[in-house]
Ligand binder design. Sequence first.
Ligand code: FAD
Length: 519
Amino acid sequence: PITTYFTANFIIGRLMSIIGISKAWNISPKFLTLEIAGKLSVNPSAIESASQDFGHIVKAIPEAVLHPSSAEDIATLVKFSYNSSVPFSIAAKGHGHSVRGQAMANNGVVVDMTSMKNHRNGSGIRISSDGCCADVGGEQLWIDVLNATLERGLAPVSWTDYLYLTVGGTLSNAGISGQTFRYGPQISNVYEMDVITGKADFHTCSPKKNSELFHAVLGGLGQFGIITRARIPLEPAPKRVKWVRMLYNDFSAFTRDQELLISINGRKDKNALDYLEGSLMMDQGSPDNWRSSFFPPADHPKIMSLITEHRIIYCLEVVKHYDDQTKSTVDMELQQLLKGLSYMPGLMFEKDVLYAEFLNRVRSGELKLKSQGLWDVPHPWLNLFIPKSQIADFNDGVFKGIVLERNITTGPVLLYPMNRKKWDDRMSAVIPDEDIFYTVGILHSSGFNDWEAFDDQNKEIMHFCGKAGIGVKQYLPHYTAKEEWIQHFGSKWKTFQQRKHQFDPKMILSPGQRIFNNN
Ligand code: FAD
């Protein structure tokens, strides 16, 4: 009867594929005995979507895609690979917003984490009765976490600029934004997680329980386990924000003011800003970009002429939250904080918006680009961390040198500082060894035929940093050779490797990072 079953499957599968409806029938026979076989798909659209990401640069075709309805489904798949004589690779895919294939699995299985959302029956985001924290599925988008927590007047404190990313995806990197200088990255704001390791073991971990796994997974680039739940601290959410941008033509004044402002950074310090970022403005046709539309149209000509005059203008951006109790004092507090800063006279701009509108500020730009067909294009991005002591050299050599010379930069360029003490060195994330370091994000969009030119610029930047001895670390790192990874992790490499042997000894998880498996 088994032979008959497979013969029938084969014939039906062939017929269906001839008429273009192939499916579960065509999955590799090795999966057919699995109880989750019905959740494995080889549907061309599922395979196609798992073969690409936001970067549109790398393509890797998996053998199948798992649409799990529970953590047990994921554990079953990992266990099957772990016990196979030839283990196959498995990549959790959150929202696929990596830019270099990090959530892909060439010839392996991609776990479409978002499928879990449909099976949670509303339990994907659960707020504790005392409101101190939320238990959130690893597959949940931060925008959904925001909306659910705001309903209770609460919110997490550490964010990314863009909220259509999954909790598991950002916790595998760090999760940074303008709140990081004060609250630390998102990985510093997790109480506890449920994780399925590369051995298919299911563990709850925290700083006290299975702490090695907890620290390994945070910033761990998906190498040690699949996060199925994270417990995130919550605080009362503010109602509105004062949102201010100031323009500089002098880089040292710009960074001096940024560093001064992030020096007040106590979590409970009422005098601290709630958000601080910065960006470069170069001639790209408008002072606004997809990441934010901020400046009043009437001021565009004035700003554009400054950009023409100076070629690079630096924009310092800050936010102060307020609610009904602080409504009457927020302006004065902000004035006090910004007193004595060295921005160009008259070039301060202010907005007053709802807290949720501020946090979700990138969405409108995304929708606009989507409507123009300009969102799903190649994104040869370069994200870096740079020690404070070398940020001026970086500005001179990279922005005033390479970037102006090549004159091809399109898209936002971010530059803002953070405090090292808000990061936990036991975690896998890698940062420079200085109390203050900067993040630089060069967020190019390109055409399908010219992304290499941007990639060449990125390589030239990395080469310059190497030659100039700038202690740069990549954020959302992408390397192709093992030696580069060893250099990236530096003193953390040994621990990273040991943890891999402990939690994923058969090198099954997240092969698209190309750290242990070079497929
Ligand atoms: P994916 O791309 O799906 O996965 C990323 C990695 O994590 C892969 O290796 C994958 O295997 C692994 N992974 C995914 N889910 C899990 C899980 N549940 N458990 C274990 N491993 C998992 N980052 C910031 O820090 N700050 C920003 O402001 C910011 N803005 C961005 C804006 C845009 C428009 C984009 C495209 C990206 C931005 N990023 C930002 C980067 C983003 O945080 C990372 O690319 C993140 O990995 C994306 O999440 P994702 O859900 O799409 O992950």
